[in-house]
Design a protein around this ligand. Structure first.
Ligand code: FAD
Ligand code: FES
Length: 522
């Protein structure tokens, strides 16, 4: 993540702000002692917190204030305006808080109070049962890491062990197809935590693959045969790219992208390549296409569908994204598949030869459910979990790409592959591992970046009978409501963060009228 200092806007808040200029519910951006700070008025209370989101430096004062929480406009992290605590991922670190003196009809921002990243929350969740002594987490990616951190933030003092064979985890996986791959983000930004962070917080990381799981006894056996037993367990094994099986699929030119090592491999291969072939017009496929264009490679995309994203985002948004990539020089070979690989590149199913020294396949992922299946846990195209994220085995929870949970908004059991959802599930599962029994009601959220356009999506619509379009897709200022029988199941947006945020908050409250109202005037 960038450590660039933001430029300071607004008034110097140490000189005082007139309370008459600060309406109830207002957020005012200013600065104090060289830092961007925003003041927030809630009734008679005035709060001051850091104005820059700790995820990717989003402008919090342009976000949504909901009670005493502010939601970041960019990727929907949520902070307490009272304490600065990062209440919901993707932000893992709090923002600083400043004391505010109210006197003579003015509010003065005074001393700064910083929270440690894993400082215990002032409002730990309520627990009904004795705490477990040991918790094992299988997988140290988005969900596993967020869970381990939340256990400490909840004040848990027991033993936490995370198993993950990936030597680099945990890291910012979404960046691997975006700025890092494009050459705009150095590798120092990719780790989620500095080295030594786990030791300092008593989180033991075991760099080993878990080979099997005994769900009844809550024990795991590692690849080398070592066994570890726990009081409670979290499964967060994520997903793996689907591999091609056509002739020549062992070509050294063919890459997949899931891990930091994979992304490093593509970066290295791009240095000597002039032409790239991307197989699959998925989010990852097209983000890779954009990043390789940024590196100056000629990029060809091969995909079986007639229009990218049509099934996920609809025809209009699909056309926009295709045109956006074409404007940037990407050449599409749609309604085509790869039949085989040869020394020069690939042969398509219509016999055409396509040359390319670098080939990246992004044809989807499969949830890593083998451990769960072999352990006899209930599975259904993912690991089946309750609204508490507990699997069919008591005391064994699952979160992230593998979890299929009962989603309150859609009324369906869903499984998604979204960074923020995985982290939030990890955080919710952590509280439930400690006995909080809190249902997981977060609306799934994802974003995808293509050149200078970011698409955000909240909710889940596996199908729809109508798409309501607000604003203009062509002008890159729009929100789309995906509706089934009059109910908006999901909202996609481009640079209409306020609609996306309001939809998320309303969905989490179960307020269908509020979601509809967002599209009422269009
Ligand atoms: C290149 C890329 C870009 C993405 N971009 C976006 C984006 O822009 N927006 C978005 O919302 N989502 C994005 N995603 C998806 C997002 O990264 C995933 O949804 C998220 O990482 C899922 O979190 P998870 O914890 O379930 O799995 P992961 O983050 O994949 O973590 C799983 C971990 O489990 C480990 N593991 C697996 N099996 C075992 C085992 N048997 N024993 C021990 N450890 C094991 C793995 O090594 C891995 O570290 C992207 C994904 C990729 C690959
Ligand atoms: S920048 Fe705030 S959530 Fe990403």
């Amino acid at each position: 993540m960038s450590s660039e200092q933001p430029k300071l806007d607004g008034p110097d808040l140490t000189l005082g702000i007139s309370l008459t200029a600060l309406a109830d519910g207002a957020m005012l951006l200013g600065h104090a002692n060289g830092e961007a700070v925003m003041v927030v008025r809630r009734g008679d209370d005035v709060f001051a917190i850091g104005a820059v989101c700790t995820h990717y430096s989003g402008p919090l004062a342009e976000g949504l204030l909901d009670g005493d929480r502010v939601h970041c406009p960019w990727h929907h992290a949520c902070f307490s305006v009272r304490t600065g605590e990062a209440l919901h991922a993707p932000a893992l670190n709090p923002v600083a808080c400043w004391h505010v003196d109210v006197r003579g009809g003015k509010a003065y921002v005074t001393e700064k109070v910083e929270r440690e990243p894993l400082a215990p929350t002032p409002n730990p969740s309520k627990r009904g049962a004795p705490l477990p002594s040991t918790i094992g987490i299988i997988g140290g990616g988005a969900a596993g890491n967020a869970a381990a951190e939340m256990l400490r933030r909840e004040g848990y003092n027991g033993r936490i062990t995370v198993f993950d064979a990936d030597a680099d985890s945990p890291y910012d996986r979404p960046n691997l197809s975006k700025d890092y791959l494009a050459g705009n983000a150095p590798e120092e930004w990719i780790p989620l935590r500095p080295s030594g962070f786990d030791e300092a917080n008593g989180i033991e990381i075991v760099r080993s693959q878990v080979a099997s799981l005994d769900a009844k006894n809550k024990s795991v056996t590692l690849d080398g045969g070592t066994q570890h037993r726990f009081d409670r367990l979290l499964l967060a094994t994520g997903a793996s790219p689907i591999r091609l099986t056509v002739p020549g699929s062992d070509s050294p030119s063919l890459h997949y992208l899931r891990s930091l090592a994979d992304s490093r491999g593509i970066v290295a291969a791009s240095a000597s390549a002039t032409r790239a072939i991307v197989i699959g017009a998925s989010f990852i496929g097209l983000e890779v296409a954009a990043s390789l264009r940024a590196r100056g490679l000629e990029v060809h995309v091969v995909a079986p569908e007639a229009l990218p994203f049509e099934k996920v985002l609809g025809t209009e948004l699909g056309k926009f994204i295709k045109a956006l990539h074409e404007e940037h020089g990407v050449v599409f070979h749609l309604q085509r598949t790869v039949a085989s690989f040869n020394a020069a590149g690939v042969v398509l199913n219509d016999g055409e030869n396509l040359a390319g020294e670098l080939i990246v396949a992004g044809i989807g992922v499969r949830p890593n459910v083998a451990l769960a299946e072999a352990a006899g846990l209930a599975t259904d195209r993912g690991v089946t979990v309750s609204e508490l994220l507990e699997t069919s085995a008591t005391g064994v929870f699952a979160a992230g790409d593998i979890a299929r949970w009962p989603d309150a908004w859609t009324g369906e059991r869903i499984r998604v592959e979204h960074w923020v959802a995985a982290e939030r599930q990890g955080q919710a599962a952590a509280r439930n591992l400690l006995g909080a029994r809190e249902p997981f009601h977060a609306a799934p959220f994802f974003w995808s970046a293509h050149y200078d356009v970011t698409i955000t999506y909240v909710g889940h619509a596996s199908s729809w009978d109508r798409i309501e379009i607000q604003g203009s897709i062509g002008k890159r200022d729009c929100a789309l409501a995906y509706q089934t029988k009059g109910k908006t199941m999901a909202v996609a947006s481009i640079f209409r963060d306020s609609v996306s945020l309001a939809a998320e908050v309303a969905m989490e409250r179960g307020d269908a009228n509020a979601v509809s109202a967002l599209f009422a005037g269009k």
